[in-house]
Design a protein around this ligand. Structure first.
Ligand SMILES: Cc1ncc(COP(=O)(O)O)c(C=O)c1O
Length: 390
């Protein structure tokens, strides 16, 4: 208890204490925190395509709920292997142009399960310094030697490969195609060139890219035309697809291997039918309505244009995730509070989620936001930033 008290007091002192803030969803991207009467527009959601509220997604979810029940009842290897799981996996494999796919309970479970299955004590994992916590936890679980390379610095990755690769049995390189807290992309086309001279398996986390990039919405792997060089593509259903769960896509052998070894898959209940129904409907919309992602990209461009118009000097990047760097945690919280007064709901992301001294407001653009909201938000944000720096 003493240790807990000390920990919490320290987090409080450094303004890095995490806390829950219950809210009600009002629909179309608007939320209402339980502790106030304010209507706020959500700029912290990953429901990029606004599919979680799409009538076809809700209706498919309801239909599957009624047809197959509320829960799967068991893990896939027991009696939870409803055929609809296979339908979903076929759709994912088709989207990702792979031989096969496998679903997981969440992105966190997918990363921990896949990585700990693919690497062991005598292996090497090399991952980007800004990789998601679920990737790090997978590395820890695997027992493999893990080395981080400087964010998006492929020269550093190459140097590690040259110096260390030969000391280990196998090597797994893990990156995200779009980094969750920084919103920038991994230079995948350059990265796959390293495969020519170095022997490693490549895993790419497409949590923030699935449904949004590439001709068919498969992700950045598709857009950058590197699908055939990626050994394991991972992605989630809880972001642009508006539901819940995750997938691994790759060769038939890889998927067979994961079914036999990925503990978070083997020892965990299968996805609920309603979630599978919703995800299938979202995938259908991604396939048949490319306008959804074009609409989002237009909004992203518009918001960035408005930021520049108002005098925002930092580089807002090339994706729907826009980190507004503040540095100090207390300042980030103060700006978030100021924005809240102007109906903008954005979370201050602070250490230890991000490295020390890099507290930020992480804006994510979704199809819910209208031009007038984006214009107003950009103006309010730049003025709040000015106020805090004077
Ligand atoms: C890059 C990345 N990978 C994995 C995950 C975990 O996904 P899930 O929320 O489905 O557990 C996240 C979630 O934030 C993420 O950003």
């Amino acid at each position: 208890m003493e240790r807990m008290k000390k920990f919490l007091a320290e987090r409080e002192k450094t303004r890095t204490l995490r806390f829950l803030a219950p809210l009600t969803r009002l629909g179309r991207g608007w939320v209402k925190p339980l502790d106030s009467d304010q209507r706020l527009l959500d700029f912290s959601s990953n429901d990029y395509l606004a599919l979680s509220e799409h009538p076809e997604v809700i209706s498919a979810s309801r239909k599957y709920l009624e047809m197959f029940g509320a829960g799967a009842g068991a893990a896939r290897l027991m009696s939870g292997d409803l055929e609809i799981n296979h339908l979903l996996e076929q759709e994912i494999a088709q989207l990702k142009s792979t031989e096969a796919a496998l679903t997981f309970g969440s992105g966190y479970l997918a990363n921990t399960g896949i990585i700990s299955a693919l690497a062991g004590r005598c292996d090497l994992i090399i991952t980007d310094r800004l990789s998601h916590a679920s990737i790090y936890d997978g590395c820890l679980l695997s027992g493999a030697r893990t080395i981080r390379f400087r964010h998006n610095d492929l020269m550093h990755l190459k140097q590690i490969l040259q110096e260390k690769r030969s000391q280990f049995n196998s090597c797994l390189v893990i990156v995200e195609s779009i980094y969750s807290m920084d919103g920038d992309r991994c230079p995948l086309a350059e990265l796959v060139k390293l495969k020519k001279d170095h022997d490693f398996l490549l895993m790419v986390d497409e949590a923030h890219a699935t449904g949004l990039y590439g001709e068919n919405g498969a992700g950045v792997i598709e857009e950058d035309k590197v699908s055939s060089a990626v050994d394991i593509a991972m992605g989630t259903f809880g972001k642009a697809l508006g539901s819940y769960g995750a997938y691994a896509a790759g060769s038939r052998e890889l998927i067979k291997f994961l079914v036999n070894t990925a503990r978070s898959f083997i020892y965990s209940t299968a996805l609920p039918p309603a979630v599978i129904g919703a995800t299938l409907a979202s995938l259908y919309l991604v396939k048949t309505e490319p306008q959804l992602r074009l609409d989002l990209h237009e909004k992203v461009a518009y918001f960035k244009k408005q930021l520049r118009k108002n005098g925002f000097r930092d580089d807002p990047g090339t994706t729907q995730i826009i980190p507004v760097m503040v540095g100090d945690s207390a300042k980030a919280l103060a700006i978030a509070e100021e924005l809240r007064q102007k109906h903008v709901y954005v979370k201050a992301v602070r250490p230890p989620t991000v490295p020390d001294g890099t507290a930020r407001l992480r804006f994510s653009i979704t199809r819910y936001q209208q031009q007038k909201d984006l214009k107003e938000c950009a103006r309010t944000l730049v003025s709040a930033l000015r106020k805090i720096s004077t």
